[in-house]
Design a binder for this molecule. Structure first.
Ligand SMILES: [Zn+2]
Length: 249
């Protein structure tokens, strides 16, 4: 069962995905339970980034009415492998810093074909990696690693506290997609001996199983050509959270 705050966040994200559909060349559907699992691994692995491999679940084709609603004017059919199927189970493949996370250990790559399959060994169709306390915008290394991706690449940015040695890094150019409930009230954080510290009124979206307070989440997906891929979070029935949406278009 996915946490209530995350359900709200995914519904709000999906509504944005629908409104902005004309800016995207393709669609990817991620189960909510998969996102929740990935957020958990992300926080457990701090301060490292993690690399996650994902395949398409051939038993879960997109619902035609959902594809119809979310495909915009720029949609290109047949753009990537695994298209039209909800993502399957996630697997942690590697952890490390922003450079080493893309260079997968040999037991994952079986030592051969690395030249033709890229530094990640090309074992999965889709890849997701995390940006702990940094925005979800691809770096140069990210764009290079994506050149070997058959499906799509995803980046999950998580803003959390206590942040440890990593302050929030926001100085990047690009299109960002926030993943948070529509109405988040600022929450006063209790500090020290029961005193309220007024200046630390950052919104708290939810508490991770690791005890970290989550202040912001963002997720983007892109094709190796650089084209943006629209993300939709779906439930066990392959319906987007928040469906149906009260939007005229
Ligand atoms: Zn990155």
């Amino acid at each position: 069962m996915v946490d209530a705050w995350l359900l709200d966040a995914m519904s709000a994200y999906n509504a944005d995905s629908l409104v902005n559909k004309d800016g995207y060349r393709g669609i990817i559907q991620i189960p909510g339970a998969t996102l929740e699992q990935i957020i958990h691994w992300t926080l457990e692995s701090l301060p490292d980034e993690i690399l996650i491999g994902l395949d398409a679940d051939n038993k879960r084709p997109h619902l035609p009415e959902v594809d119809h609603a979310f495909q915009g004017h720029e949609h290109e059919a047949g753009k990537f492998a695994g298209e039209g199927y909800v993502l399957g189970d996630a697997t942690i493949v590697n952890r490390g810093d922003s450079f080493s996370v893309h260079h997968v250990p040999e037991e994952w790559t079986d030592g051969i074909f690395t030249e033709s399959r890229g530094p990640r060994g090309g074992r999965f169709i889709h890849w997701l990696h995390t940006h702990p306390n940094a925005v979800a915008i691809p770096s140069k290394q990210d764009a290079e690693a994506a050149q070997y991706t058959l499906g799509v690449d995803m980046i999950l940015g998580v803003q959390f506290s206590p942040s440890g040695p990593l302050p929030w890094y926001e100085d990047a150019e690009g299109l960002r997609r926030q993943l948070q409930p529509e109405n988040v009230a600022p929450v006063k954080e209790k500090r020290g001996w029961g005193r309220w510290k007024n200046r630390s009124e950052r919104p708290v979206l939810g508490i991770a199983p690791t005890g970290h307070r989550i202040h912001g989440l963002e997720l983007i997906s892109f094709h190796k050509s650089g084209a943006g891929i629209n993300v939709i979070f779906v439930d066990d029935d392959n319906l987007p959270y928040g469906w149906p949406f009260e939007i005229n278009n």
